[in-house]
Design a protein around this ligand. Structure first.
Ligand SMILES: Nc1ncnc2c1ncn2[C@@H]1O[C@H](COP(=O)(O)OP(=O)(O)OP(=O)(O)O)[C@@H](O)[C@H]1O
Ligand SMILES: [Mg+2]
Length: 295
């Protein structure tokens, strides 16, 4: 099924992530001056699906300037489930948007697999996002005029392709969406809508799925369904997932939790449990600020 008829082979079609993005306006003003020695890069030995090196991102200028990311370097291993946690305003969404090419960085580089996305032109970036990145938003961001199935097929349709039917069947069955495929988003519960958004993100088997508070609008039961699916997609399909969450029990589904505070990575926890996540968060309440960081 085609939703965006191709007008010629050279035309770059819009990508899903830019269609449904949250609409942050990149502001290139006010390059921040490095203030602190960066913490040791959080590197892993396995192949990295995503690598960020020395990322800086500031919004506004002068006294009103907010430095959302301060020299962030981090790797996300392929086939792993990583959670990102931190207080409100600590830069989690900014990091996620910079990693996914939905926001620009002031300095630093982002690689998705072998491809460097920072510095790419619009067309190349659109193509790379479409081919390599899936995004799940807190607000689901399904297109209201399309059925669940059409929403799921949208990324492949935009690419002028059809998702692998066998793969799609597996994803739809795992998410228990088979009997909801002909419904429009308004005819679905919040949990069902987010499961459709999960299927949409995985339909093209992207190199990485970014999820920004995917369970933020869901009740406990629906949250569990979405989180179990994300976990299963890592364990059974080798998917790479990076998820922002405020919920320690959601973070416990991940293999690793990266903690941000004031735009810097302040802790890296492996094999988290809800208890170790809560203990780590408590530890920050009394921590000494990093050099150059506002208290
Ligand atoms: N487009 C923007 N213009 C100006 N400031 C921004 C913009 N986007 C983010 N910021 C600021 O950057 C900082 C980091 O914001 P970000 O959205 O990344 O935080 P967050 O950790 O995702 O918070 P939350 O948990 O509330 O979602 C905040 O101080 C925020 O106000
Ligand atoms: Mg956020």
């Amino acid at each position: 099924m085609t939703f965006f008829p191709a007008r010629g082979p050279k035309r770059v079609r819009p990508d899903l992530n830019s269609l449904v993005a949250t609409g942050k306006t990149p502001d290139q003003e006010g390059l921040p001056v490095p203030l602190a020695t960066p913490p040791a890069p959080h590197l892993t030995r396995t192949r990295a699906a995503v690598t960020a090196t020395g990322l800086w991102r500031a919004y506004g200028s002068g006294e009103a300037q907010v430095v959302a990311l301060r020299d962030v370097s981090v790797e996300f291993a392929s086939g792993a489930f990583t959670a990102i946690m931190g207080p409100s305003g600590s830069g989690k969404s900014t990091l996620m948007h910079c990693l996914a090419g939905l926001d620009t960085t002031d300095r630093g580089t982002v690689n998705i697999g072998d491809a460097t996305i920072t510095g790419l032109g619009d067309k190349a970036l659109t193509r790379l996002r479409r081919d390599k990145i899936g995004f799940i938003f807190q607000q689901f961001n399904l297109l209201p005029t399309l059925t669940a199935e059409e929403n799921i097929q949208l990324p492949a349709s935009i690419a002028g392709a059809k998702a692998d039917p066998e793969w799609l069947r597996r994803v739809i069955d795992t998410l228990d969406l088979r009997d909801r495929l002909t419904h429009k988003p308004t005819e679905l519960s919040g949990g069902q809508q987010q499961r459709v958004a999960c299927a949409r993100a995985l339909a093209t088997r992207p190199e990485v799925v970014f999820a920004d508070e995917p369970t933020g609008n869901l009740d406990t039961r629906s949250s569990g369904e979405v989180l179990r699916f994300l976990r299963k997609s890592v364990d059974d399909f080798g998917q790479t997932i990076v998820m922002v969450t405020h919920d320690p029990s959601a973070a416990a589904y991940a293999d690793r939790v990266v903690f941000l505070a004031d735009g810097q990575i302040v802790h890296d926890l492996r094999e988290p449990t809800a208890d170790t996540v809560i203990d780590t968060m408590r530890g920050f309440e009394n921590r000494v600020p990093l050099a150059g960081e506002a208290r």
